[in-house]
Ligand binder design. Structure first.
Ligand code: SAH
Ligand code: SF4
Ligand code: F3S
Length: 441
């Protein structure tokens, strides 16, 4: 049997897209293998959000050149966001001539055809459709690989053009899936036994703006929350400018929608937020946080933070630290700004890497203190946890998340996998929680 290996970089969107790539390959009769050296086809599903993501992918594409020598029929394909950058497809083919297939994110459906051509006539393909609004593919073959968790796209693309970000250039404009298609896929997932379903979009709160049937995110969440069965819903990512009170109310009122909101602020400085084209102020953001905390007191709030954006002074950075202290995020993804060619911020004066490195260290230290203090508050309490997986390197232990999104490790046998259990938290260690199955009531 022919084997495939997919190497994925980037966000949840890409992880889910790799499940679609796997779906195509499984349908063609390939089966998955763990090592690139065993594979007959290797697919790189790339990301270009920051320079290091891109370098890592290119380094790994370079590192498998030798495999092609010992296995001339090996097929190498490069897909994902990196290929959609201006001119990237051709550059890839020139610099890595042993790559057989380069496909843009809008050309995924052509993978099967390209593989057949590469196999039968050694044909090389570069297919990149920079289409701003390509049609949405429905009924895709998805080979899901994340246990009892499932990803579900509700929309594609982004209209926001934050000045640092490459995503609108490589993913095109916002396209929402029809409500009925999302509900059908959701029901199918619940019926197939998935217990936690995460709705995906770059800005889920603007879901439906491009449809003419009045659909919106609050209504979508409401309709999902009424589907029968025992499941949890999460969603990402929310843009602070669009997260409205209706959505907060529906989360508060629906036990099956997790009390967990990822609300990337990027910076705490109004000057920097304006330069980033984020369309909100720190005051507006803090108002939203206050509304969340009053309606959903146990809500886990997480964020993305960036340091070293052009024109960022110490004072602006202090505003970011101040927001971190005020909001008390359960955790935060922290990034050093990375110049992306073709974006507006690439034209702005850059902050030195030394200053950025110093700031990110201080930011991480500040957030770590908060994460640790919040973890302590979980100790002694009991939470419903979905047993998602075996705990890494810990025989006889499982791990899973609380409704608020905190990861817990606890002793339980594998028969609990995919089940909801009550876990009493005994100990915390920075972001990690450790507990034991609570006694039956
Ligand atoms: N659509 C989502 C996030 C997409 S990218 C949103 O708007 O929140 C995920 C995160 O990567 C962003 O929130 C941002 O913090 C970070 N990011 C995006 N572009 C970046 C860049 N050029 N340099 C550093 N970090 C970046
Ligand atoms: Fe990028 Fe901004 Fe769109 Fe998020 S909202 S994907 S950060 S442009
Ligand atoms: Fe995601 Fe990276 Fe593309 S973060 S949308 S895979 S550029």
């Amino acid at each position: 049997m022919q084997k495939y290996r997919i190497i994925t970089y980037g966000c949840q969107m890409n992880i889910h897209e790799s499940e679609k790539i796997a779906g195509i390959l499984e349908h063609m009769g390939y089966s998955e293998c763990a090592e690139v050296s065993d594979a007959d086809i290797i697919v790189f599903n790339t990301c270009c959000i920051r320079d290091n993501a891109e370098k890592r992918a290119l380094g790994n594409i370079g590192a498998i050149k030798h495999l092609k020598k010992s296995k001339p029929n090996l097929i190498i394909a490069v897909l994902g966001c990196m290929t959609q950058q201006d001119g990237a497809g051709l550059t890839l083919r020139q610099k890595y001539p042993y790559v057989d297939i380069v496909l843009g994110t809008n050309n995924l459906f052509e993978l099967e055809k390209c593989i057949i051509e590469a196999k039968n006539s050694k044909k090389k393909s570069v297919l990149i459709d920079p289409g701003e609004k390509p049609p949405i593919a429905e009924n895709e073959k998805v080979y899901r690989t994340s246990g009892c968790n499932a990803w579900l796209n509700i929309m594609y693309g982004c209209n926001n053009f934050c000045t640092y970000c490459i995503v609108p250039y490589v993913r095109g404009r916002e396209r929402s899936r029809k409500l009925v298609n999302i509900l059908d896929e959701f029901k199918m997932l619940v019926d197939s036994g998935y217990k936690e379903i995460t709705l995906l979009g770059q800005n889920v709160n603007s879901y439906g703006h491009d449809l003419d049937d009045g659909s919106n995110f609050a209504d979508l969440l409401y309709q999902i929350s009424k589907i029968e069965g025992k499941f949890r819903v999460r969603f990402m990512t929310s843009h602070p400018k669009d997260l409205n009170r209706d959505v907060i109310d529906i989360i508060a009122a629906s036990p099956n929608i997790c009390n967990n909101i990822h609300l990337p602020i990027q910076s705490g400085s109004n000057k920097i937020l304006k330069l980033m084209n984020r369309h909100y102020t720190r005051e507006y953001y803090l108002d939203t946080i206050a509304a969340i905390k009053s309606k959903i007191p146990d809500c886990g709030i997480t964020t993305d933070l960036m340091v070293g954006f052009p024109y960022e002074e110490e004072e602006d950075f202090q505003d970011t630290l101040d927001i971190v202290r005020k909001v008390r995020y359960s955790s935060a993804f922290t990034f050093i700004y990375s110049v992306r060619k073709g974006t507006k911020a690439a034209q702005m004066p850059q902050v030195s890497p030394e200053i950025s490195k110093d700031r990110i260290k201080r930011l991480i230290a500040e957030q770590n203190l908060i994460t640790k203090a919040l973890s302590k508050e979980y100790e002694g309490n009991t939470y419903e946890v979905l047993c998602e997986d075996k705990a890494p390197k810990k025989q006889g232990y499982l791990c899973g998340r609380t409704d608020s999104g905190r990861m817990v490790t606890f002793a339980a046998d594998d028969t609990c996998l995919g089940q909801f259990v009550d876990v009493k938290i005994q100990k915390s260690q920075s972001a990690s929680l450790f507990g034991a199955l609570a006694e039956e009531k």
